[in-house]
Structure formats: structure tokens, C-alpha cells
Design a protein around this ligand. Structure first.
Ligand code: K7E
Ligand code: CUA
Ligand code: CA
Length: 645
């Protein structure tokens, strides 16, 4: 691996690609196109398929040392992109961005929103155009098994249009998007970690969604001027089918979501228990709440038919309002009182506590899950006694991460700090031991941090190595680039008692929440399988043009450095579907396909098939060309599309 003398290309992938390009280019230039395309399979050394290369030691990039060229990160990070509507894949601790996965918003690099396949995932109007082209991702979480990530899926929210997207973590692509009915302002998201009832189901089968905004139910023109009738709902989506399973009508609103390790509880912090429509109203009460959902009871109620539906939606909605849930023994939900406009609810890795940050109160509230369950069993007289600690930690607390050693790390937006505090000591302090020093350390971050997470934080394998902090403002940390500043993500070493700031990374706006976890939890596939694509053209001989009246289907294949047809003849007014299969098998050998003046560009990865449909409404010659560098003859990789008048 390291015989590459200039040291710039030491990864298996880099070396493989480089050897391929050199040898294939040579072959292409001397032996011609046909010979080249045959040679290339042999030329590339097979990289260990999908397995992460072994690291020198289990983790461990020494603190304070940036990765050297060619060194691989030890953690995968999944970052929600905010209102670019995408998900970003990072390597941690380097903070290098490796990939953007488009979900809710079109992406010109891969052709997301251009190909028929991606449009089907995104959703179209009757005329075939995209239903939505904006999105706002905030919260992202991945599927669990046995309390740790299992590498199947991640889910991310779209706050603008109330959609949930699923990402396959084998291919790093969005494969399903569900629009949630009856809600607006879908914000927090969290998968369950196991089934509350069935012992055998020790993995994620549900994904919960919290909605922030209150709207009329159904939102079809009535109660417009009657905010007291507006409602917010909590939603459960099926992790596999992505169908909406059920919803809960609540008092107040939802914000972020957390789930317990035993599968029995989900929770959402509520900042607008007032039901206000203006911010002054939303902050008028001294305390709001963290609402707990008893998953098993809710599903029994749905089964027993104790639900309503609203408007056109067929989704069962159970009644989780305070009035209907006063008796703990039958309650579906519990409202735990938490100070002023809390933000963030996070599950400690030992499975015992949820932590709510105070936002407008300088406190963190620690809620003991065993006590909440006791309340549901009728064994805890006052729900307030589920609060194990409520301690002052600093100004503007927002989100909390954990190190697996009993410490919590909370962002302080107003103080521009991260505070490290010990949960047990906070509990002792609240119980009256005023000598219990619960604040362990504070570190200045730059600036105004919102999100925070630690390596493996909300899994039972929280390892307390690294902390990433999403700072909302970077101000003077980077070169100025005009009025729109980069955001700042900072990496902090938390392996010791004191936090150590390791690096700043500028990021394009507007990332929100993120998770990062050990790289061996994922086994990404780097080449598709032709069999997964019903439209695949497996042999160039099976390709060609078929015409059915004005409907024309063009079956093309790509093999570096050529498309299977050097020309495609169409007539003006044809409805054309181009189906392109990339027959190249070598990893990293992606081709692009662009048609000038027709606003088409998309890529096909090795062994992938994708299609586009368009009306050939402009006569002329249009050079379809490969947009993704693939070969020494990449510029020559073209096909002439001739549209007859
Ligand atoms: Cu997660 Cu950024 Cu949507 Cu807090 S919100 S800061
Ligand atoms: Cu094919 Cu560039
Ligand atoms: Ca409030």
C-alpha cells in the first residue's frame, strides 16, 4: 500500500483508481477502445470489498494530530445539511467531508431530481414535475440493534414540507421519503431501539417524529383565525415500509425526540405548552414540559380502535391530551414539567436518564426513566418526582452529548461554551448535597454552539473519545468571503478530564444535528449489482432504440470510454426515455450523462442503471457527453443526439 513514493495516493481506493486510469489510458490509446474496455477489469486491484481497512490501533488518532494524507478516519459522521436539504458524510476526527447525499432537494452532481428513479423517491405532481424542491434537514439518526448502530438505515427530517427521508447506509442513498399528514414543522426524529413488548425484536422498527407548529385539524380552511383550535401531533413511522403507523394528539407542541433503550418510552421536549402564536406568548410560562409516550399502550389503543382520523388522512390518531391522560394506569402519555422553553432531549448511554436542556432557563433537567415507568404503573404518586436533578449549568443550554463515563456535555448558546457536567453529582446536588461539584469543565467554543455530539454518544457503546460542536457563527475564525459566513464545526478531544479543542472546520451552511460512530459499524458497498435494476441493459447488444408512436425508449450502456451508441436519432415531439446502464465494474468508475439545452445531467455508478424522460422539443444536434471524469478519453466519451425537425 505504501510503495507509492510520492505518498499522495496511499489509500486502497486511490491507488486502485490511479493504476486503472494509467493502464487503461495507455491501453485505450494504443489498442483502441474495444481492447481498453476489456482490459480494465484486470487492471484494477480489487480493494477489500467493503471492509474498512484495519487501523493501526483500534481508534486511535493521537489527540491534536490531524490525519496525514491517505490516512483514513476512524469514525463515520452523518450530518444533516439544514436547508440545503441534504445529508453530509464526514470522516471524524479529521472533519473532512466525504459525500453529500441529496434527499429533499435536487442535486446537479448525481442528477437527484432529474432521473426518473430519484423523482419517484422525491414525489411528483401529476405533470411529472417535482412536488417540492426545498427542504430543511435538522435531525438525523440511524437504526439500532442491541443498543448500537446496525448500519442499515438513517432517517432525516424535512421541517419545511413535513417529510421523513430514509437513507440506505450500504449505498449511502436516499431510498424512501414519506410525507407526514396532519402536521407542520416536523423537527425532532428518533428511531426506537427495540420493541417494547416483543423480546426478539431487539432492533429498530419504528421512527418517531415531533412536530413543532400548531395547525387547524384538518388544515383545510377552517379555524383559520382560531389559534386555540390549532394542534400539534407526535408521529410514528414504520422503519421498513415507511408508512405512517399512528399519531398522538397532544397538548402543547413537540420539538426534539429521544427514545429509551428498552423500547418502552419515547419523549419530546415541549417549548410551546402555551400554544402561543407569537414568541412572547410562547415564552410566557415559567415551565413547559417533556412529554413521554408509552409506546405499548398507544399501540394497544390503536388496535382497540380508540382513535380518530382527520381530513383525507387515514392515519389513526389517539388522544394524548392532558385531560384524557390524567389517570396514570390508563395514560398513553405523561407530561413532566421542565423549565422554560426547553431544547433538546437526549438519552444517556446507561439507559437510565433523559436530559432536557433549559434554553431560556440556565438549567439541565435529568429525568429518571424508571420513575416515569413507575408513574405509568400507578406506583409513583407525583410525576415530578421523576426529576432526578435540575441544576444550573450556564446560559442558553441546548443539546447534550455523553461520554459513557457518567458525564454530559451541553452546548451553551449564550455563553459560547461547552460545559462538561457529571450526572451523578448533579443528582446528589439536587438531593441536597451542596458540596457535590457537578460541573467538571468548561471550554470556549467559537461561537454560539447549537448542536453537539460525541462519538457513539447515544448508544450503549458511548466511547468518550471525540466531541463535535456545531457553532452557528464563525465570525473571525476564517477568511471573510462576503456577507455569508461559513459555519464552524469544532472537534474536541474528550478522552481526558479536561476538554481539548483540536480543530476548526468551516462548513457550508446550514448543518444541524449529527451523529458519529465507529467506522466498522458500516460496510458500504462500492459497486451496485445489475440485478437490483429491473431496467438494466446487461449486454450492449440488448440496447438500442424502440419506438411506439411518439414514445421512444433508448437503451444505452456505458463502458469507459464510450457509450454503446454513438448516435441516437429522434423526431421533434417524441417523448423520450433514456435508460443508461453502466457496465463498468471497477469501483469508482462512474460516468455522467448530460444533454445540452435539455437540462439533463445525471450519473451512473458502476453496475447502476438510471433513466430520464423528456420531450424532444428542440430540433438539432445535441452532443450528449460524459460529465464524470472516467478515462483518458473522457472528453471523447460522447453520443450524438439528432432531433429531426
Ligand atoms: Cu436541532 Cu438546530 Cu433544529 Cu437545536 S435545532 S440548535
Ligand atoms: Cu465516462 Cu467520463
Ligand atoms: Ca414556553
Amino acid at each position: 500500500m505504501s510503495d507509492d513514493k510520492n505518498g499522495s495516493n496511499q489509500t486502497p481506493d486511490g491507488l486502485g483508481r490511479r493504476r486503472f486510469i494509467n493502464s487503461a489510458a495507455l491501453a485505450g490509446l494504443t489498442l483502441g477502445v474495444a481492447a481498453c474496455t476489456e482490459k480494465k477489469g484486470e487492471a484494477a486491484p480489487a480493494a477489500a470489498s467493503g471492509a474498512a481497512p484495519a487501523a493501526a490501533a483500534d481508534h486511535d488518532v493521537p489527540a491534536g494530530v490531524h490525519l496525514k494524507p491517505g490516512e483514513l478516519d476512524t469514525y463515520y459522521g452523518l450530518w444533516s445539511g439544514g436547508h440545503t436539504g441534504d445529508v453530509r458524510v464526514m470522516g471524524i476526527p479529521s472533519g473532512r467531508e466525504l459525500l453529500r447525499i441529496p434527499c429533499f432537494v435536487p442535486d446537479a452532481l448525481v442528477g437527484w431530481g432529474i432521473t426518473n428513479e430519484s423523482k419517484k423517491v422525491m414525489g411528483t405532481k401529476p405533470d411529472g414535475s417535482l412536488r417540492y424542491t426545498v427542504g430543511d434537514t435538522h435531525h438525523l439518526h440511524a437504526s439500532y440493534k442491541d443498543g448500537d448502530y446496525d448500519g442499515r438505515y438513517a432517517w432525516v427530517n424535512d421541517k419545511i414540507n413535513g417529510r421523513m427521508a430514509r437513507i440506505r447506509l450500504d449505498y449511502f442513498v436516499c431510498d424512501k421519503i414519506t410525507e407526514i399528514p396532519n402536521i407542520q414543522g416536523f423537527h425532532g426524529i428518533f428511531p426506537d431501539k427495540r420493541d417494547p413488548v416483543d423480546e426478539k425484536i431487539n432492533y429498530t422498527t419504528r421512527v418517531f417524529a415531533g412536530a413543532e407548529f400548531h395547525i387547524p385539524l384538518p388544515n383545510q380552511g377552517k379555524d383559520l383565525e382560531n389559534p386555540s383550535a390549532y394542534r400539534a401531533l407526535f408521529t410514528c413511522v414504520d422503519a421498513e415500509t415507511m408508512d405512517v403507523r399512528w399519531q398522538v394528539l397532544i397538548d402543547g407542541n413537540c420539538d426534539l425526540v429521544a427514545t429509551s433503550f428498552d423500547g418502552k418510552l419515547a419523549a419530546s421536549n415541549q417549548y410551546n405548552t402555551e400554544g402561543g402564536t407569537k414568541y412572547v406568548d410562547m415564552m410566557s410560562a415559567e415551565r413547559d414540559a417533556c412529554i413521554f409516550f408509552n409506546i405499548a399502550r398507544i399501540e394497544e389503543a390503536v388496535k382497540a380502535g380508540k382513535f380518530k382520523t382527520y381530513g383525507d388522512s387515514k392515519v389513526p390518531v389517539v388522544d394524548g391530551t392532558r385531560k384524557s391522560n390524567a389517570d396514570p394506569k390508563t395514560a398513553l402519555v405523561a407530561y413532566v414539567s421542565v423549565p422554560k422553553n426547553p431544547h433538546g432531549v437526549n438519552a444517556s448511554p446507561d439507559g437510565k436518564y433523559f436530559v432536557c436542556a433549559g434554553k431560556l432557563s440556565p438549567t439541565a433537567t435529568v429525568i429518571e426513566l424508571a420513575k416515569v415507568l413507575e408513574w405509568f404503573d400507578g406506583k409513583l404518586e407525583k410525576l415530578d418526582s421523576a426529576i432526578a436533578a435540575e441544576v444550573e449549568i450556564g446560559l442558553g443550554p441546548l443539546h447534550t452529548a455523553f461520554d459513557g463515563r457518567g458525564n454530559a456535555y451541553t452546548t451553551l448558546f449564550l455563553d459560547s461554551q461547552v460545559v462538561k457536567w457529571n450526572i451523578d453529582s448533579a443528582i446528589k446536588f439536587t438531593a441536597g448535597d451542596k458540596n457535590a461539584k457537578y460541573v467538571v469543565d468548561r471550554i470556549d467554543v467559537h461561537y454560539q454552539p447549537g448542536h453537539i455530539n460525541a462519538s457513539q454518544s447515544e448508544t450503549k457503546n458511548a466511547d468518550g473519545k471525540w466531541l463535535a460542536v456545531g457553532c452557528k457563527f464563525s465570525k473571525d475564525r476564517f477568511l471573510p468571503v462576503g456577507p455569508l459566513h461559513a459555519e464552524n464545526e469544532q472537534i474536541i478531544d474528550i478522552s481526558g478530564e479536561k476538554m481539548k479543542l483540536i480543530a476548526d472546520h468551516p462548513v457550508r451552511g446550514e448543518p444541524h444535528d449529527f451523529i458519529f460512530f465507529k467506522r466498522d459499524l458500516l460496510r458500504p458497498k462500492q459497486v451496485y449489482s445489475l440485478d437490483d435494476f429491473p431496467l438494466a441493459t446487461k449486454d450492449p447488444k440488448d440496447g438500442g432504440i424502440t419506438r411506439n408512436g411518439k414514445k421512444v425508449t433508448v437503451r444505452l450502456t456505458s463502458q469507459a470510454p464510450a457509450f454503446s451508441m454513438t448516435e441516437v436519432k429522434l423526431k421533434k415531439g417524441d417523448e423520450v426515455t433514456i435508460i443508461l446502464t453502466n457496465l463498468d465494474k471497477v469501483e469508482d468508475l462512474t460516468h455522467g450523462f448530460a444533454i445540452p439545452k435539455y437540462n439533463i445531467n445525471f450519473i451512473v455508478n458502476p453496475q447502476e442503471t438510471a433513466s430520464v424522460t423528456f420531450i424532444a422539443d428542440k430540433p438539432g444536434v445535441f452532443w450528449a457527453y460524459c460529465t464524470h471524469f472516467c478515462h483518458a478519453l473522457h472528453l471523447e466519451m460522447r453520443s450524438r443526439i439528432i432531433v429531426e425537425a
